[in-house]
Every structure is written in structure tokens, then in C-alpha cells.
Design a protein around this ligand. Sequence first.
Ligand code: NAP
Ligand code: ZN
Ligand code: ZN
Length: 366
Amino acid sequence: MAPTAASAAAGEEQQAVGLAARDSSGHLSPFAISRRSTGDDDVAIKILFCGICHSDLHCIKNEWKHSIYPLVPGHEIAGVVTEVGKNVTRFKAGDRVGVGCMVNSCRSCESCNNGLENHCPEVVFTYNSVDKDGAVTYGGYSSMVVVHERFVVMFPEAMPLDAGAPLLCAGITVYTPMKYHGLNAPGKHVGVLGLGGLGHVAVKFARAFGMKVTVISSSPGKKREALERLGADAFVVSSSAEEMEAARSTMDGVINTVSANTPMAPYLALLKPNGKMILVGLPENPLEVPPFSLVQGNRTLAGSNIGGMADTQEMIELAAKHGVTADIEVIGADYVNTAMERLAKADVRYRFVIDVGNTLHAAAAE
Ligand code: NAP
Ligand code: ZN
Ligand code: ZN
């Protein structure tokens, strides 16, 4: 059995197991990880669940051309605190906590001082990043992690660890565009483009905020669930010229979660005059945006990158209050490569979550 954080002597590295991609084939296989000893400001966490974000898939396949191998993905981490450093005030052993996309930042720039660590020029991501001590970060497809307390989120009592884990990336990524672009107001009509991990949580938040929400999807088979289970008001099949035409110029905002390159003009046409498309999807190649599709109707195309730590805590508390969680398919760690193949085909309803606590050690021993 791997030593737990609590059993590691002060100053000693802590041994963990994980799953890593070794090259751009993206195949994940067992990998031994050394985590730093729990520092004075650190929280050591036994990981119980980790969501599979499409960013994990982009990264293991080096689609963004900056992957560092071996690469241990995972930034929707939920678990239990095993040990805290002596300066840590917000957490204690036994707390239910999460870690999202970031594990460090400069902590002193304007963005950091405003709680927007996601915009810090020195932000350190949870995996595929180089931390201040020079170590490459390894994510949540692993048995434990050590994180500065600033980057740890407290799970509200009502929030389950498994269905709550995806909120740490998918949830915050769709919450901030609604908040900062003024879409989170009753009566606003928002389009959610792409009904995957991010998209389905966007539908749930939009419903919770009293917005009218229309899903625009390339998968007609998702229509019934979108309307009946997720509570969308309308569903537009993007390949249907008639349905797209009927929805033209009706939306105050569109949150674009599509993971692949698609033409933008048909979707920009859905916006009312002065409407905004907020891009959160990160396809591999440059976007195709005809100038007329923006200029006509004074439309705005914006981007949005996850969210700061204060917003993340706020988001998960609001989610708990409104009963917003992810719809998940819990998988064993030995299923992760199959899950990636299915995710590439948009074949998941709507987020895979790895049962790290119960299955990772066995899978890593194989
Ligand atoms: P996901 O679960 O795979 O969902 C993406 C959805 O996009 C699919 O379910 C599908 O929805 C649609 N789609 C996929 N391929 C398509 C194609 N060729 N044509 C049209 N539609 C297609 O992925 P996710 O985890 O939600 O992530 C979505 C994107 O956001 C990824 O690129 C990810 O890297 C990025 N991301 C960005 C941030 C950020 O901070 N900005 C944070 C997290 C993730 P339909 O079946 O409904 O069409
Ligand atoms: Zn993500
Ligand atoms: Zn900073």
C-alpha cells in the first residue's frame, strides 16, 4: 500500500501512484509519483474522485502543442484532507475538499490580489505546468496531491464528492461567463452550444438563475434528455437549416463549449443585436470567423478562462444551494483509456468521473 500523507515524515517526499500518458498516443498507464512533503501552507489530500475533462484529452494527445510527458491529467479533483501544514487555517484533516485547474500563482499581482488567480501571468496549472520549485505538476488521476491552501476548495455539506468533482472545472468555466457577461439574470436567453461536460452544467446553472436556455447540438439523440432531464427550454439541431433559421437573432448570449473546430458564422447568427458569444471551448486550430458575422448586429466574440478561487468557492456553494451537480458516469481507473475513446466521440452522459479511491491502486498495480 502507498504511504498516506499523514504517515510521511516531515521533509520527505510522499509516494503516490497515478496514470500517465507517455506520448501523444494519449494512452494512459501506471506511473509512480513523488509529491512534495506537506509544507507549512499546504494541504495534503487523499483523492477519491476525479472528473475527466476534454482538456485532459486535448493534453494527453498534445493537441495544444505544449504537453510535457509523462503527463498525469486531472483537474476535477475531490477528496479528503489527510494532513495540513502549520499555517493552514481554512482546512483540517477529514475535511471534504476539491482542487480545480490551478495549484499555484504569484499570489501578489493585481489579478491575484483581486482573486483572479486564473489571470496571473505566473499561474501554475494542476498538471502539465512547472511549479515554482521547478517540479512538473501532476494532476488528479493519482492517489494523493499536495496543494497550497489558497487553491483548495471546501465542499459544501450537501455537495457529493463524485457528482460535485466536475464543478471544479466544468462548473466554474461556465459559471464565470454568465456572471461576468451579465447573462445570469432571469429572462435572459442563453444558448449552450455543445452538450457535453461543460454544456450540461451550463444548462443547469442557467435554469437555476431563471434564464431561458436553448441547447444547440450536433447530436439529435441528446434532445429528449436535454429537455426532460436537464430542463432546457428548447433544443436546436445544428445540422438542421430550418431549426437554425428559426433560432436566428433570438439569443442574448451563447456559451460555446465545442471542443472541435466548427464554422462560427452559423452560431454567431443566433445572437440578437449586441449579443455575445463567449468561447470556452479550446479546439486545436484557429477559428474561422467571417468579419460580417461579427460586424452585422454589433456582435461580440469573447473568451473566458476558468475562474478565480473566490469565484470557484462561490460557484460550488451556489450549486449546492440550487442542487446543481454533474450527471456522471462513474468508472474504474482501468476503464480510463476506453473512456477517452468515448469522450472523443461525444459518447458520455455527461461526465466521466474516475473512482480513484476504490480502483486506482489496483489499476496501477497491473
Ligand atoms: P465534451 O464533454 O467532450 O463536450 C464537448 C461537446 O462539443 C460535445 O459533447 C459535443 O456536443 C460538441 N462537439 C464535439 N465535437 C464536435 C464537432 N466536431 N462538431 C460539433 N460539435 C462537437 O468536452 P468538455 O469537457 O465539455 O470541454 C469542452 C471544451 O472546453 C474543450 O475544448 C475543453 O478543452 C474546453 N475547456 C475550456 C475551459 C476554459 O477555461 N475555457 C475549461 C474546461 C474545458 P453535442 O453532441 O451536443 O454537439
Ligand atoms: Zn477542464
Ligand atoms: Zn499573480
